[in-house]
Design a protein around this ligand. Structure first.
Ligand SMILES: [Zn+2]
Ligand SMILES: [Zn+2]
Length: 431
């Protein structure tokens, strides 16, 4: 079975008697509260209280053009515009708002509100405290070490299903046009008989004909925008403001940005950052390690090193006068590493490793000059002629190694009884 939704929670496995109707029903008869402001959102958008959805959309688009922070608008003001638009552009939420005002929307959304409001968002579950949500989606996003160092603003396009604005999730042109599914006789589930050996198993499964909804929409009644699917695929750019010094795998949650489905609250989109390996810097926690190429002369007489740091600034590092850099040594530049996550005004350390570049060869006169400068470190060998064994060296090769006691690079084939440990291992496994 394959469904249009990749996000169909509770299908078939829902042990509740009412299964799911797929529709926000059971509006009940909430008592309208008096003295609540149910006009603020209309005023914010600058529209009339009984305006159409098209009017709301038009007003919002106009405000985006002038009040968006990118266009120099105030961020807080624009947030209010968005909240007002998100509420009024959704018929269900608009109904709640018209009755209960801002308070009703907030209560309905976070589930702490009166049960009759709550019902509207959970598909009419008779006041039970069950909130059904579509699946949350985890998405990875690659970022650079530079992005993390500077706390960059990133954008990621997400694709998800959203309730069709044309039919408001009905799927049909006329909400009364739905007809009972013949496949399941309107029950939304089907009995399936399975044979397993001599046993016959009967189980209930969601009806594939109506996707468990119990009704189907006739072809000519289907909404022209969503083709009867009730939802449309939509993409959205999400803005992620990276935290300076964020660790690899840090997650950012965007509430309610996953799939929308009638009768469900949308799940969250969770963005997990994956930090790409850097060419020059290696990161460990809040510390950075940089490997610098220096010449043998610089190792012996000192150096100045210019590093392009992760925010683009140039940093000059000087060796201590008279100090010799020995192979394998690690030096520390304090507080020149990554900003601390949560305390970005403090920094970790920068560690320097050195790749000392030796000359390829020396000429005789250079050798002589050096011999005068440096004493011979290796001891002077007496009676050199009395030693019989003399060797030359070759370059190390992996293929020439003898990794096994029997010699060579490969274990001996057909090993017999005397291979104690391996026999023991087999016996253990058999127990
Ligand atoms: Zn059916
Ligand atoms: Zn539609």
């Amino acid at each position: 079975m394959s469904f249009f939704f990749n996000n169909f929670p509770g299908f078939g496995g829902d042990d509740d008697d009412d299964g799911f109707s797929g529709f926000p029903g059971g509006f009940g008869k909430p008592k309208p509260k008096k003295d609540v402001d149910t006009t603020k959102y209309y005023k914010i958008l600058g529209v009339d209280k009984n305006c159409s959805q098209d009017d709301i959309k038009r007003a919002y688009k106009k405000l985006v053009r002038t009040k968006h922070p990118d266009k120099g608008g105030n961020e807080k003001e624009f947030q209010e515009i968005q909240v007002a638009y998100n509420t009024l552009s959704d018929e269900d939420k608009r109904k709640v708002y018209d009755e209960y005002g801002e308070e009703g929307i907030k209560e309905g959304m976070d589930g702490k509100g009166p049960s009759d409001i709550f019902d509207i968002f959970t598909g009419g579950r008779g006041g039970r405290n069950v909130k059904r949500k579509t699946k949350s989606v985890l998405q990875q996003m690659e970022v650079t070490l530079e992005d993390i160092y500077t706390g960059k603003e990133k954008y990621l396009e997400i694709n998800r299903y959203r309730i069709c604005p044309k039919c408001k999730g009905n799927g049909s042109k006329d909400p009364n046009a739905n007809t009972k599914c013949t496949g399941c006789n309107g029950r939304g589930v089907k009995m399936v008989v399975q044979r397993m050996g001599n046993t016959i198993l009967q189980s209930q499964q969601g009806c594939p004909d109506c996707r468990g909804e119990g009704y189907v929409i006739k072809e000519h009644d289907k909404c022209t925008q969503c083709k009867g699917n009730k939802v449309n695929k939509e993409s959205k750019m999400i803005k992620i403001l990276l935290d300076k010094g964020a660790p690899d795998g840090k997650r950012y949650t965007f509430e309610g940005e996953s799939d929308e489905m009638p009768g469900y609250e949308p799940g969250d989109v969770i963005i997990e950052i994956k930090i790409k390996k850097h060419k020059l810097f290696e990161r460990t926690g809040a510390d950075l390690t940089y490997t610098a190429d220096i010449s043998l002369l610089e190792a012996l007489t000192g150096f100045e090193l210019l590093i392009n740091h992760l925010d683009g600034r140039k940093v000059l590092i000087k060796s201590k006068p008279g100090e010799i850099i020995k192979p394998g040594v690690i030096k520390t530049v304090k507080e020149c590493g990554m900003p601390f996550f949560d305390h970005p005004t403090n920094f970790g350390n920068l560690y320097l490793k050195f790749n000392i570049k030796f000359p390829k060869s020396l000429q005789d006169n250079q050798k002589k000059a050096l011999q005068q400068l440096f004493p011979k470190i290796v001891m002077q060998i007496k009676d050199i002629n009395s030693i019989k064994e003399k060797y030359n060296m070759t370059d190390y090769r992996e293929s020439e190694t003898n990794k096994f006691a029997t010699g060579g690079n490969r274990p001996e084939e057909n090993e017999e009884e005397n291979d104690g440990p391996r026999q023991g291992g087999v016996r253990c496994e058999n127990q």
